[in-house]
Design a protein around this ligand. Structure first.
Ligand SMILES: [Zn+2]
Length: 87
C-alpha cells in the first residue's frame, strides 16, 4: 500500500465530492497537494473543508464507501483513479 494521503473535498458549484492527494504537515495540519482532483476535473474550485482530510488509502476507501451509502455524491472517477494507483 502506498503512503499517499487523500482528502475528500466538496466542490461548491456542483455539491459533488472529489479526492485530492494530500500532505500532512509536522504540526498536524493537512494541505491539498494541488488544485486538481484525481479525476483531473478543472471546472470548479474546491471548498476549504471536506468530509475528511489526510486519510491513508485504506481508510479513504472505507470512508468513501460509507459516505456513498449515506447518499453523498462522490466522484466515481476520483475513486477509480485511486484504485488505479494501487500497483
Ligand atoms: Zn473527481
Amino acid at each position: 500500500m502506498s503512503n499517499e494521503k487523500y482528502s475528500l473535498v466538496q466542490y461548491k458549484e456542483t455539491q459533488e465530492y472529489h479526492l485530492y492527494e494530500s500532505r500532512s504537515n509536522p504540526d498536524g495540519s493537512c494541505n491539498l497537494k494541488g488544485k486538481t482532483p484525481l479525476c483531473q476535473s478543472k471546472s470548479v474550485t474546491p471548498e476549504n473543508s471536506g468530509l475528511f482530510v489526510c486519510q491513508n488509502e485504506n481508510d479513504t476507501r472505507i470512508k468513501c464507501a460509507e459516505y456513498a451509502n449515506k447518499g453523498k455524491d462522490i466522484c466515481g472517477v476520483c475513486v477509480s483513479a485511486m484504485y488505479a494507483t494501487e500497483d
